[in-house]
Design a protein around this ligand. Structure first.
Ligand SMILES: NC(=O)c1ccc[n+]([C@@H]2O[C@H](COP(=O)([O-])OP(=O)(O)OC[C@H]3O[C@@H](n4cnc5c(N)ncnc54)[C@H](OP(=O)(O)O)[C@@H]3O)[C@@H](O)[C@H]2O)c1
Length: 428
């Protein structure tokens, strides 16, 4: 029987230091649960002299990946360096060398998870990635193991804390740029926030969730994503008047034998479970035939919550090593197709500025009618009497993305249209 489980950490940034810190601070508790001590043997970094959040002994640090990948004493490689390369290549090399892998890397798992899971399966090692989605929320194992008996029909999730923080501030009346700067000052948004605010990060995470939930191969490139940059404080006010809040929602739904996936801002009713998810918190709402509905809620990022998820994986791997109790979760497989985005249906909120004169409403209604889009309500919001411009808010009944895009294209070119400011999907 092994006397200890030895770890090689790839990276000692926010998550790496958080993981190292828990492993040392709670060493006794972890050893008790696993059966033997779990120890960090080497830590790969770029800069040996950098000051770090946690005091890692200098002799553990290395800049040579081989010191970890080729050390036969290392059982588990924990990849917390981030980015696509060299993280992907290093994880593949670790698996090839017979090491178990734990990673927090959503980008690599979203793009190459299937390849890596197959490799791990063939090599007889574990590949766990709990920290890749939802930080401290244990969503991955729930989908891979705990909901096994369910046919999952839908996932709706708030899985990007940066955007949820910004949207929560906008709900309180701030405009987008002020809310973004505020988030950057607090360390909730990066200096280059594009991956978060454009919905890319949420699309990576959704690709992982949808692949596991529907046992299908959903790639990030299958997911149409829209961000939050075009939203205005005014939209939040109007949403509020109509009983809605605006959230960046990652959604996946099974429609017959196909899957619909998308990430975009959505208006959701005040009473919806996700409406009360504020600030940097994340939540995932799952519909399944056995469970009906279930929600997981918690901190989606940060050193401690993410380290909690890394440690959950490490615990499972370590127990497997020590007790020979493998938790092989397998590779999701079935041939479900991802439905073309254009064929997806939604209700829409459309805010536009038009000439303030008779017949305008009828003309807009006609364009929508020609595309078989029926109007649920039209509200005239503000009128600029001098410029003779009126602001309209139109709520539609369900229509396909294709028809709405075509109608908006026509409306934009009408002589009576001054601007189509925003269109937001409305939750059903
Ligand atoms: N931060 C969070 O709250 C959070 C939450 C969930 C998931 N994640 C995921 O966790 C992963 C790590 O995120 P993080 O925030 O901890 O990143 P980070 O703070 O930027 O840390 C990255 C670490 O990796 C090392 N590194 C990067 N590239 C390297 C290379 N080519 N060679 C050697 N070392 C390299 C860096 O070394 P130096 O220190 O020497 O520069 C640093 O220690 C990412 O995949 C991220 O998406 C993060």
């Amino acid at each position: 029987m092994k006397k200890s489980v030895e770890i090689g950490l790839l990276g000692a940034g926010v998550v790496g230091c958080g993981t190292y810190d828990v492993l040392t601070r709670k060493a006794e508790q972890i050893a008790e649960q696993v059966g033997v001590p779990v120890r960090v043997r080497r830590v790969l970094v770029r800069d040996l002299n950098k000051e770090r959040e946690t005091n890692i002994p200098a002799e553990l640090l290395t800049t040579r990946a081989e010191d970890i990948l080729e050390d036969p004493a290392i059982d588990v490689v924990v990849e917390v360096m981030g980015g696509e390369e060299p993280a992907r290549t290093l994880m593949m090399a670790a698996i090839e060398n017979g090491k178990h892998v734990v990673t927090a890397n959503k980008e690599v798992i979203a793009k190459f998870g299937f390849e890596l899971m197959r490799m791990a399966d063939e090599r007889g090692v574990d590949l766990f990635f709990e920290a890749s989605v939802g930080g401290g929320i244990p969503i991955i194992r729930v989908l891979r193991r705990d909901l096994l008996a369910n046919d999952i029909t839908a996932i709706q999730a708030i899985i990007n804390g940066t955007t949820n923080y910004i949207l929560t501030e906008m709900e309180r009346g701030q405009d987008y740029l002020d809310a973004l700067r505020h988030a950057q000052r607090l360390g909730y948004a990066e200096a280059d926030p594009r991956n978060d605010v454009q919905g890319v990060d949420a699309a990576y995470k959704l690709a992982i969730l949808a692949s596991l939930a529907f046992r299908a191969h959903v790639r990030p490139s299958d997911i149409r994503h829209a961000g939050i940059e075009d939203l205005q404080a005014k939209d939040f006010r109007y949403a509020h008047e109509m009983g809605y809040v605006i959230k960046l929602i990652a959604m996946a739904r099974r429609v017959e034998e196909e899957i619909e996936v998308a990430v975009h801002p959505m208006m959701i009713p005040n009473g919806h479970h996700l409406a009360s998810v504020k600030g940097v918190f994340n939540a995932v709402l799952i519909d399944g035939d056995q469970i009906d509905q279930m929600m997981l809620y918690g901190r989606g990022a940060g050193a401690q919550p993410t380290a909690s998820a890394v440690l959950a994986d490490l615990g499972a791997v370590a127990r497997n090593i020590v007790h020979g109790n493998p938790e092989r979760l397998g590779v999701p497989r079935n041939g479900r197709r991802v439905r073309q985005f254009e064929e997806m249906e939604a209700r829409f909120y459309i805010r536009l500025q038009v000439a303030d004169k008779p017949g305008v409403l009828a003309r807009i209604a006609q364009v929508l009618g020609d595309e078989s889009i029926s109007i649920a309500s039209v509200i005239q919001k503000e009128t600029d009497e001098t410029a003779r411009v009126a602001e309209l808010v139109i709520m539609t009944h369900a229509a396909t993305e294709k028809r709405v895009a075509e109608a908006l294209q026509i409306i934009r070119t009408l002589p009576i249209t001054r601007a189509v400011n925003t269109f937001i999907r409305v939750a059903r």
